[in-house]
Design a protein around this ligand. Structure first.
Ligand code: NAD
Length: 370
């Protein structure tokens, strides 16, 4: 497979990238890239994406997103990302990951974590090779962020702060979740604790709707048994795309990129959108929704629970410390971004980018210039 050359002019700006490295191990057949975007706040943390078609362009965009996410969360970390060009189902996965780890041994400004196609075991192999990675299995001192629902917990904290910005009471508010997985499922559970009523949920196999409210724990059991939310018999089956137009107050997209777009934005009835997935809405759709006064908490503010957990793990913190930090940082950032968006009359995403860039620039000013 060939990859398009990395065109520096297209990517370089005042923040980075600091390092763009191509990796190749001719003996194992491992090919990949690492982008260390910016390390002003500290060594870069970002996931390792394993996919046959992963591109340098994608890895760069994800690395920049991590710079902004980590800075917005006030973590002592910059942003980076890596890609390994291989099928994650490969029987050679461990050898490829170990080869990748050895190739990045000297790039000490980059700390790898899990992403699409890699998991806790992969982080264990990387740590075994080079002594650094986050998102480790519990036996290696890791805080299993997906098992604990760290990102969903953070989304619920964001909802608590965002609700008054759209005159919404969480008690009795109706929720629709696209993608009932590691982010969507715990978000529904945590919001249920606040009196929010789940009315619709989807996964890759289908979607369900129940006006009176879905029992979240029964839905989890039904999905566990049948492999899909459609196994919840009390609900009515709907088309997955119709989830975006059901009557609800809060919408959490927690699966695909760009699932909210110009064509379905007008039919969204929610007053509040908490972006669980990365880039779940096109910029055109975000503008349309903002014009309709729908409050959006952007992905890198609302879904930072996972990386905050990874950072606490890296600094030898405990599970309790991770959850306290997630709550504090996500509450604070949701408040700052929505307040700034209102005051500056800009969309929340722009307010979030401004806030994150300011933090990175301030950190850069503290660095030695020569
Ligand atoms: P996951 O694989 O656990 O869950 C994704 C869910 O989405 C699954 O239930 C899947 O069936 C469903 N899905 C897939 N295609 C769908 C479709 N077309 N329509 C409806 N549902 C569909 O993944 P996850 O960890 O929950 O991650 C979801 C998103 O959140 C991704 O964009 C990920 O990058 C982002 N994210 C995850 C974390 C984390 O802590 N896991 C943190 C930040 C961002």
């Amino acid at each position: 497979m060939t990859t398009a050359p990395f065109v520096w002019e297209k990517y370089c700006d005042e923040l980075g990238p600091e390092k763009v490295v191509h990796l190749y191990d001719p003996q194992i057949g491992m090919r990949g890239f690492v982008v260390v975007d910016n390390t002003a706040c500290g060594p870069a943390i970002g996931g390792v994406r394993m996919a046959a078609d992963v591109t340098m362009d994608e890895v760069f965009r994800l690395a920049r997103a991590m710079t902004l996410k980590n800075a917005a969360a006030g973590l002592p970390h910059g942003g980076g990302k890596a890609g390994i060009m291989a099928d994650p189902r490969s029987s050679d996965k461990a050898r490829l990951i170990r080869s990748f780890a050895r190739s990045i041994r000297e790039i000490t400004s980059y700390i790898p974590g899990p992403d699409m196609g890699t998991d806790e075991s992969c982080m264990g192999w990387i740590r075994d090779e080079i002594g650094r990675s986050v998102g480790l299995p519990r036996v290696l001192g890791g805080i299993p962020l997906d098992e604990l629902g760290a990102t969903g917990f953070g989304l619920a904290r964001s909802a608590e702060v965002a609700a008054p910005f759209c005159q919404l009471k969480l008690q009795g508010a109706r929720l629709a979740v696209e993608g009932f997985g590691n982010v969507g499922r715990p978000a529904a559970q945590r919001l249920a604790e606040l009196g929010v009523k789940l009315v619709a949920a989807s996964d890759s196999k289908g979607a369900i709707y129940q006006e009176q409210g879905i029992d979240v724990e029964q839905l989890i059991a039904a999905k566990h048994q049948s492999g899909s939310v459609t196994g919840y018999r009390q609900g009515t089956s709907i088309k997955p795309d119709d989830l975006f137009s059901v009557p609800c107050d809060i919408l959490i997209p927690a699966a695909r990129p760009d699932c909210i777009h110009a064509k379905n934005a007008a039919s969204i009835q929610a007053k509040l959108i908490l972006q669980g997935a990365n880039i779940p809405a096109t910029s055109e759709a975000e503008t349309l929704l903002h014009q309709r006064r729908v409050v959006i908490v952007p992905d890198f503010i609302a879904n930072a629970g996972g990386v905050i957990c990874a950072s606490v793990e890296y600094h030898s913190g405990t599970q309790g410390m991770a959850f306290d930090t997630i709550a504090q940082k996500i509450r604070e950032n949701t408040h700052d971004v929505l307040t700034r968006s209102k005051a500056d009359k800009v969309e929340p995403r722009q307010a979030a980018i401004d806030l994150a860039r300011e933090r990175v620039r301030s950190a850069m000013l503290l660095r030695k210039k020569d």
